[in-house]
Design a protein around this ligand. Structure first.
Ligand code: ADP
Ligand code: ASP
Ligand code: MG
Length: 407
């Protein structure tokens, strides 16, 4: 007997028919003699619909009320899945985040999990009950509902698997695993049998939304092996796990892209100590996350500072930067929302030279201009014009041999 945690994403519970087939898969796992804890997302499109309603009511919704609203999607699916299993003759019980309880801090909309007392779940499992938990939501010390950020059900699932020391943590989604790049953009993308936590963390943080970043952080911290697989068939998916020697032999494991960032420049800034702090501190105070930064110093002692922020924060960031520009004596500011960031990722880069130059040469051969570059030990990212995203991903995919079976 194993303790199996299964998470089903929005598409997998997108209709009553699909909820029925999830119930069958859950029942089969239970019939095989396992204890089963299921985490579900809201029906696909539902959370977007709720967010849109909040934004229709007011520009900056109150955070507490935002979480009360957007967490409702998961309340619907846990109840429906539970009912479905009960009608099939199984004992099932639904749990909201507050009933588990999934205890988080009070950072509404981006809450972090603090602890998950497992006493309620364990009691049900001991009574042969299938436990169905709402993903994405938690409760803070004040008893208020919190949510874990978009895509947060992945994190709920991995955290519950870690708390219960589950034997298996399966993330069921609408693709049959983690691919070398988004298979919806590049049909030649290939499914990976396994990927290291580090690579998956980079892939997720650089735009591959197949898993929420925090779920991978949790998995890495608590040694949870995640099996990403399809809810539509029984094929073996991808294991997200500790790095092994075999992984090191592959130069580039995946390519990610992100079209959700915008680029802002502060031009002609006097090149003197303290300038960077004066530019970036007000952005931090406004909770705006800055990603890439480059600084060009010219011979006249002036600097151009260029950085990227989430597209959704661009307007706010430009407003702040324009007012800072006046006080620091900058020549002006500019912004561009038509950019994208394309990244290649692989633990093999640590031990192989020449990866960056190959990436730059591949893009240049297609006439794609690189506007910004950033690197880490296992990734290289380039900011380019967003109209070239698909082309860039395709040519890089080919150049690094990711479409070949026997890499
Ligand atoms: P769910 O609703 O099940 O949580 P998501 O939409 O959050 O599903 O994540 C699955 C999607 O992630 C896929 O449909 C796919 O388009 C996208 N995706 C992006 N990059 C990758 C990748 N490298 N491998 C697999 N899927 C990817
Ligand atoms: N329903 C939430 C969202 O759409 C959480 C999730 O699906 O993981 O972001
Ligand atoms: Mg998701």
């Amino acid at each position: 007997m194993a303790l199996v945690v299964q998470k089903y994403g929005g598409t997998s519970v997108g209709t009553i028919e699909r909820i029925r087939s999830v119930a069958q898969r859950v029942a089969k796992t239970f019939d095989e003699g396992n204890e089963v804890v299921v985490i579900v997302s809201a029906m696909s499109g539902e959370t977007n619909r709720l967010v849109a309603m909040a934004n229709e009511v007011c520009e900056f919704p109150n955070e507490r009320e935002y979480d009360v609203l957007v967490s409702t999607g998961e309340q619907v699916t846990i109840a429906l899945l539970s009912m479905c299993l009960q009608s099939m003759g199984y004992q099932a019980k639904s749990y909201l985040g507050s009933q588990i309880p999934m205890i988080t801090d009070s950072a509404h909309a981006v809450a972090r999990i603090k602890s998950i007392p497992d006493i309620n779940i364990r009691k049900d499992l001991a009574h042969k009950t299938i436990v169905i938990c709402a993903g994405f939501q938690g409760v803070d010390d004040l008893g208020d509902i919190t949510t874990l950020g978009r895509g947060g059900s992945d994190t709920s699932a991995v955290a519950i698997a870690a708390a219960l020391k589950a034997d298996v943590c399966e993330i069921y989604t609408d693709v049959d695993g983690v691919y070398t790049t988004d298979p919806r953009m590049v049909p030649a993308a290939r499914k990976l049998n396994k990927i290291s936590y580090e690579e998956m963390l980079e892939m997720a943080s650089l735009g591959a939304k197949v898993l929420q970043i925090r779920s991978v952080e949790f998995a890495k911290k608590y040694d949870v092996v995640i099996h990403v697989r399809s809810s539509f068939d029984d094929s073996q998916g991808t294991l997200v796990m500790k790095e092994d020697e075999e992984m090191e032999t592959v130069l580039v494991s995946g390519i990610a892209f992100n079209k959700d960032e915008a680029k802002i420049s502060v031009l002609g800034v006097p090149d003197q100590p303290g300038i960077a702090a004066q530019i970036f501190s007000p952005l931090t105070e406004a909770n705006i996350t800055v990603d890439m930064i480059i600084q060009n110093v010219s011979s006249e002692g002036k600097t151009d500072m260029t950085f990227t922020v989430p597209k959704t924060d661009c307007k706010k960031a430009v407003q702040i930067i324009e007012s800072v520009a006046g006080t620091i004596g900058a020549r002006g500011t500019s912004s561009d929302t038509s950019i994208s960031k394309v990244s290649i990722i692989g633990v093999g880069m640590r031990s192989h030279a020449g990866v960056a130059s190959k990436m730059f040469a591949t893009l240049s051969k297609e006439g794609i201009n690189i506007e910004m570059i950033s690197t880490s030990e296992i990734k290289i990212s380039c900011v380019i014009s967003d109209k070239y995203t698909e082309l860039a991903v395709r040519v890089l995919h080919e150049a690094f041999g990711l479409d070949k079976e026997d890499r």
